[in-house]
Design a protein around this ligand. Structure first.
Ligand code: SF4
Length: 359
C-alpha cells in the first residue's frame, strides 16, 4: 500500500489545484513543459475494416483511415519534425515531446511492425521522452502488451483505451463493437507492466442518466487506470452521428450541465489519477455541436470555479483505497479471433511502406 503522505501523485494538492492536471504532472516529472506531437502512422481500425464491424463509431470521422486513404501519409520522421517545429513556434520553452499515435487503432498491426514504428518515433529526436498510443480495448493482445512493457523500461509509455462508458446500450449506440468485458480484460492484462493506462470517457451519451455516468466514474476508479481523458459528446461533419444531430434526433449536453457532471465525476476518482483532458472539441469548420466546447479556457475556468464553490476537489467523494500495483489476477487474453487473424495477415503499415525501411 502506498503511503498517501509520501505519494508524488498527490503533489497537486499542495499546489492549490482542484484536480491532478496533466500539464502540471508532466512538469513535475520532466522539469518543464512537455507537448504531444500527433502522428498518423497509417493504421486502420477493426471497427472499420470488418474484423469486428464496418462503419466505425458513430462519432468518428474514419474516412481518413479507410483502405483508400485520402491523404498520402508523410513519413513518421517528417510528421515529428513538423510537429516539433510548430510547437516550438508556439511555446518558447519546451522540455520535451511525446509522440502521440492518435488516429485509428494504433495497435492494429503485427507486433514487429508496431515495434518498428514505435522505436522509429522514439529514436527520431533526442527530445522525445515517450509515446502515447491510442487504441481499442479489444485490440491489445498479450504480444502487444509485452512489447509496450519492454519499451516502457526506457521510455514514458501511455496506452490510451477508448472505454467511453461501462454501459452496453451506450456502447451499442456508438457502434463501438466491443463490450465492457473487453475493457476489463484489457486493463487487467495491462496493469503492472510499467506503462501508464489511460481511459477515454464520453459524457452525454444519449440515454445515459447522471447516475449511469457516475457508475462509469466508479468503474474507472475500480479498474485502476492511471489517467483519464474526459470528453463531452460532440458531433462533426461527415460522421454517422452528424445526420441525427442535424435532424434534432440527438441533442448535446448543455454547458452548465457538463461542468457540473465533470466535477461530480472527478470527485469520485482517486486523487492519484492524472486528468489528461476535461473536454473534447474539433476544428470549428467541422464541428456541428455543441459550440460551447470550442471555448476550452472558459470551460476550464468554470470547472475550477465549480470546485471552488463546492469547496471540493478530485477524489473528495472517492471511497476506495489508493490504487497501487495490480491486485487482481491477470486474465486470459480475450482478443477476438477475427482481430488476431487480421493482425497476423495484415501487410505493412502505409507509413512503413513510404519509409521504405529507412529510419
Ligand atoms: S474504435 Fe476508434 S478509430 Fe475505430 S472507429 Fe471507433 S473511434 Fe474510430
Amino acid at each position: 500500500m502506498t503511503n498517501p503522505e509520501s505519494d508524488d501523485r498527490l503533489a497537486w494538492k499542495g499546489e492549490g489545484l482542484p484536480f491532478n492536471a496533466f500539464g502540471a504532472s508532466l512538469r513535475r516529472r520532466f522539469g518543464g513543459r512537455i507537448q504531444r506531437v500527433s502522428i498518423d502512422a497509417g493504421f486502420t481500425c477493426p471497427n472499420v475494416d470488418g474484423a469486428v464491424a464496418r462503419g466505425g463509431c458513430n462519432f468518428c470521422d474514419n474516412r481518413s483511415f479507410s483502405p483508400s486513404r485520402r491523404v498520402r501519409l508523410k513519413r513518421v520522421s517528417e510528421q515529428l519534425t513538423a510537429g516539433i517545429e510548430s510547437v516550438r513556434r508556439r511555446y518558447k520553452q519546451v522540455a520535451g515531446f511525446l509522440a502521440y499515435f492518435q488516429p485509428a487503432t494504433n495497435t492494429y498491426a503485427p507486433v514487429d511492425q508496431l515495434e518498428e514504428v514505435f522505436r522509429l518515433a522514439l529514436a527520431q529526436h533526442p527530445e522525445i521522452v515517450g509515446l502515447a498510443i491510442g487504441t481499442r480495448p479489444d485490440c491489445v493482445p498479450d504480444s502487444v502488451l509485452e512489447l509496450l512493457e519492454a519499451l516502457a523500461q526506457d521510455h514514458d509509455v501511455s496506452l490510451e483505451f477508448g472505454m467511453q462508458t461501462m454501459h452496453q446500450p451506450g456502447l451499442d449506440w456508438m457502434n463501438r463493437a466491443h463490450t465492457h468485458e473487453h475493457m476489463i480484460n484489457a486493463i487487467d492484462r495491462s496493469r503492472g507492466r510499467g506503462f501508464e493506462c489511460c481511459a477515454h470517457i464520453i459524457l452525454g451519451i444519449p440515454g445515459e442518466t447522471h447516475a449511469m455516468m457516475m457508475q462509469t466514474a466508479d468503474e474507472v476508479a475500480r479498474l485502476g487506470f492511471d489517467a483519464i481523458k474526459l470528453h463531452n459528446l460532440y458531433a462533426v461533419e461527415g460522421t454517422p452521428m452528424a445526420r441525427d444531430v442535424h435532424s434534432g434526433a440527438v441533442t448535446m449536453m448543455g454547458q452548465r450541465e457538463y461542468v457540473r457532471t465533470v466535477v461530480d465525476f472527478l470527485q469520485r476518482l482517486p486523487p492519484t489519477m492524472v486528468v489528461e483532458r476535461i473536454s473534447g472539441d474539433a476544428p470549428p469548420k467541422y464541428l456541428i455541436a455543441p459550440q460551447w466546447c470550442l471555448k476550452k479556457s472558459v470551460l476550464k475556468r468554470e470547472i475550477e470555479q465549480e470546485f471552488a464553490d463546492r469547496e471540493t476537489c478530485q477524489g473528495s467523494d472517492y471511497r476506495g483505497t489508493l490504487p497501487t500495483v495490480d491486485d487482481r489476477p491477470r486474465p486470459i487474453d480475450n482478443t477476438p479471433a477475427t482481430i488476431r487473424a487480421q493482425i497476423d495477415v495484415r501487410g505493412r503499415l502505409p507509413v512503413l511502406k513510404i519509409e521504405g525501411h529507412t529510419v
